[in-house]
Ligand binder design. Structure first.
Ligand code: FAD
Length: 582
């Protein structure tokens, strides 16, 4: 007989980051029973890393700001493939949610008049980014955790979800195992909300840490029959650390450039002059990433394969005041005093703009009873995410997903559960525990190198096709991974499941990157260098029964008149001086 525990709630939230916590709070407010589960410690979800701030068009500093301008900045900087309704909702509702979280205790910086202070972030027309020093994500996460505790919402943060439970084309819960003991639990629920973050750990250099962002949520959704949108749109941040190897990719905030940091190649040339003469180091994230990447691959790189970022021309006191975290980061990791010597940096995979295709209002997926919010959901950012919009997204759409999952649960008259399905899924997991000649850590490293080489900052048909071939071989080899578990040690199983999600989501990204024959925002092709209006599509990925991925495309709807009018009437922004980037 197959052994498992059973747990029942109205709504199950998967993921303890900002989106998951905010979703659960909304469900509780709707009067329902809700549970949050996650595979990482609740105080250490990826959200904790967010630094610079969260956007809301209060107009506290620049009174001209408005939701319309926030909408326009997001839509235009997303190169016109972002979901227009998602953007409108985020721009209109973020002030409400930022006010709320501040009231709950996030303690954002205030102006003398008591209103929230707002700073510049890259490509925003006005100062609209609210912040708590350079630890805004931590402040938001702690506040949400406090609220969740007050509302007595249970969190189980040692649960690794392996599958969603489906019957009759409806989602009735999820299957997970305890990350310490391996005990399996069937979480039965009327509705499930996926808030599992992105997939940028798939790249060799990544601003995500180990054991996060392998794309689990995308994999779960694909297996459940949902589609992913815009998976080719992966944001590379221009400046990640290069050393030591195990933290390669850790972010070096754009505040360094915002505060006067200059980029040099190994020949001592301030090369940004060749890429954006006007804005130089203050150019947009995608442009600086391409510049750094080009200098590196054309051989003008530092001894460790990066470029130099230098702020040593500034006084030490200034550096310690403005970028204390970065000063400490380099001292601790490399024994490097950045007030004396330049840093070596290179682009790093930072944010997944693509994700599960969801409706705008409800953030419902195509599977009844399944909702998704936060970085795991696609559509808001199009081809380029503006700094500060992601934290706005997790609050606004976390709450919406919570609300609509609750409405769904309340309206559900009958829920069919399938013991047969549960048994089958558990057997599938158990079958992974076997001896084999492959090792998942080795394969994960190969995958990370492959994605860096074949699907990095700039790619081409040739490189992507080679990448797809290699992925197929990795997929085969992953069938022969050695998995041994003991009482209180299931790490082999965790590593294999991380690998499986990484492989499938990397393949999705390669396929979408191959299909999009143009360069747009974060998607740069050396064989199709120009933006092409004829590529005004969203590429969709879905999974067939035999585990293979298929790609299709959906034309972007023409803009309605109300949006066209906004575009015509917009102010063109030219002065970018003193605009601190994220
Ligand atoms: C260095 C850095 C700085 C940033 N700064 C900013 C900023 O200033 N402003 C901004 O707007 N954005 C910023 N971002 C982006 C932002 O932090 C994230 O996009 C956002 O926090 C994502 O939140 P989330 O709730 O969607 O997911 P996450 O916080 O990633 O949470 C995902 C949750 O899902 C769980 N999970 C995943 N898979 C499974 C599974 N199989 N089973 C169970 N649980 C699972 C995880 O354990 C975790 O609890 C930054 C990102 C980085 C890396």
């Amino acid at each position: 007989m197959i052994k498992y525990l059973t747990d029942i709630s109205n709504v199950l939230v998967i993921g303890c980051g900002g989106a998951g916590l905010r979703a659960a709070i909304e469900v509780k407010k709707e009067g329902l029973n809700v549970k949050i589960i996650g595979k990482r410690h609740k105080k250490d979800a990826h959200t904790v890393l967010a630094a610079g701030g969260i956007n809301a068009s209060f107009g506290n500093v620049d009174i001209e700001d408005s939701w319309e301008q926030h909408f326009l900045d997001t839509y235009l900087e997303g190169y016109e493939i972002g979901n227009i309704e998602h953007i409108e909702i985020m721009a209109k509702e973020s002030p409400l949610f930022v006010t709320e979280i501040d009231r709950w205790g996030a303690n954002f910086s205030k102006l003398g008049n008591g209103k929230l202070d707002q700073r510049f972030f890259g490509a925003h027309t006005y100062r609209r980014t609210c912040y708590s020093g350079d630890y805004t994500g931590q402040s938001i996460l702690n506040t949400l955790l406090k609220k969740v505790k007050e509302l007595e919402i249970p969190i189980l943060d040692n649960q690794y979800v392996t599958d969603l439970l489906l019957e009759d084309n409806k989602c009735f819960g999820a299957l997970s195992f305890n990350t310490s003991t391996g005990d399996k639990t069937v979480f039965v629920a009327d509705a499930v909300i996926l808030c599992t973050g992105g997939h940028t750990r798939n790249w060799k250099r990544s601003s995500s840490r180990k054991q996060e962002n392998y794309g689990d949520g995308y994999h779960l959704a694909l297996k459940a029959g949902c589609s992913l949108t815009d998976m080719e749109m992966v944001q590379f941040h221009p400046t990640g650390m290069l050393k030591p190897e195990d933290i390669a990719g850790t972010l070096v905030t754009e505040a360094v450039r915002g505060e006067g940091g200059k980029l040099f190649n190994s020949l001592g040339e301030r090369f940004m002059v060749n890429y954006d003469k006007e804005k130089m180091e203050l150019s947009t994230r995608d442009k600086v990433a391409i510049a750094n990447y080009t200098e590196i691959i054309e051989g003008r790189c530092t001894p460790n394969g990066g470029v130099y970022l230098d702020i040593s021309h500034k006084e030490k006191d200034f550096i310690l005041k403005k970028i204390p975290k970065i000063y400490r980061q380099f001292l601790e990791a490399q024994m490097l005093d950045i007030s004396k010597k330049p840093m070596e940096v290179a682009p790093t995979a930072h944010y997944s703009m693509g994700g599960i295709k969801v409706t705008s209002q409800e953030h419902a997926t195509s599977l009844s009873g399944l909702f998704a919010a936060g970085e795991v959901a696609g559509g808001l950012h199009g081809a380029n995410r503006l700094g500060g919009n992601s934290l706005a997204e997790i609050l606004v759409f976390g709450a919406r997903a919570g609300k609509y999952a609750s409405i769904y649960s309340k309206n559900l008259s009958i829920q069919i559960r399938s013991k047969k399905r549960i048994k089958l899924l558990i057997e599938k997991i158990n079958n992974l525990i076997k001896k084999g000649e492959e090792n998942s850590i080795t394969l994960q490293n190969e995958l990370a190198n492959l994605m860096w080489k074949h699907c990095g900052v700039v790619k081409s048909e040739k490189s992507i096709k080679e990448g797809i071939k290699k992925i197929k071989s990795l997929k085969k080899r992953s069938e022969f991974v050695d998995v041994r578990i003991e009482k209180n040690n299931v790490q082999d199983l965790i590593n294999l499941l991380n690998l499986k999600s990484s492989i499938i989501t990397s393949e999705a990204t390669l396929l979408s990157s191959l299909a999009r024959r143009e360069s747009r925002g974060a998607h740069q092709r050396s064989d199709y260098k120009n933006f092409s209006k004829s590529e005004n599509y969203n590429y969709l990925i879905s999974m067939e029964n035999n585990n293979s991925l298929v790609i299709s495309k959906e034309i972007i709807k023409p803009l309605e008149k109300k949006y066209k009018d906004l575009l015509i009437d917009r102010k063109i922004f030219k002065d970018f001086k003193n605009r601190l980037l994220e």
